[in-house]
Design a binder for this molecule. Sequence first.
Ligand code: ADP
Ligand code: ADP
Ligand code: ZN
Length: 215
Amino acid sequence: MNIILLGPPGAGKGTQAQRLVEAHGMRQLSTGDMLRAAVKAGTPVGLQAKAVMERGELVSDEIVSALIGEELDAMGPGTGAIFDGYPRTAAQAASLDAILGARGRTLDHVIELDVDEDALVERICGRYTCANCGKGYHDKFEQPRIPGVCDKCGSTEFKRRPDDNEETVRTRMAEYRAKTAPILPIYEERGIVSRVNGMADIDHVTAAIEKILKD
Ligand code: ADP
Ligand code: ADP
Ligand code: ZN
């Protein structure tokens, strides 16, 4: 199974992708995570992407589509893919079709997380992750069971993203509205889009997604 999680920054794509990975052994392909790894490693891609990401603008279609192709090639053919934060433009949607087709994969579901924009700034400004395993948390909405200790790996180190500030979030939302939301009709025509209420609490969103995957 290959699915896309679509929604603006802070909609809950990464949170839900991590749960699907745990429950089904699928693989999360997050272009944001790949780009942050490239920035950290100081690769040519990272050097190019860093300032763009800090501004909250989109990195070039060529770069992100190449990253996705490489990640898919590193996966077993039987492992399902969860695309998180990709595609974000019509050009990326077209590339994804080609990338999947070349590997004998098909797209089964596009799950749109429907959220109020007003909630997103609060979600993003309270977001942090485990510095060791990457599990996502939120100051208010998803705290570790033991304060300061990661539920998944026991690490006591956490980090926040430099682009998770109100100003950048506004730019990222505008980019989503202008370039990403318009790709939905491509998938609607194929009859593979399902809409989930992303304002429900995290467990409810997971249950709604699981229901779609079972149908
Ligand atoms: P995205 O990957 O779409 O940018 P995340 O999954 O990182 O979004 O979620 C953004 C923040 O909001 C995280 O801190 C996460 O813990 C929190 N969050 C995710 N889903 C929900 C939800 N349904 N209700 C409340 N907070 C949520
Ligand atoms: P969020 O889901 O919170 O918006 P991501 O981690 O998906 O954040 O993306 C962080 C940043 O990385 C984006 O603001 C953008 O600069 C870049 N990026 C990630 N994925 C893509 C993509 N598919 N196309 C272009 N830029 C991307
Ligand atoms: Zn951890």
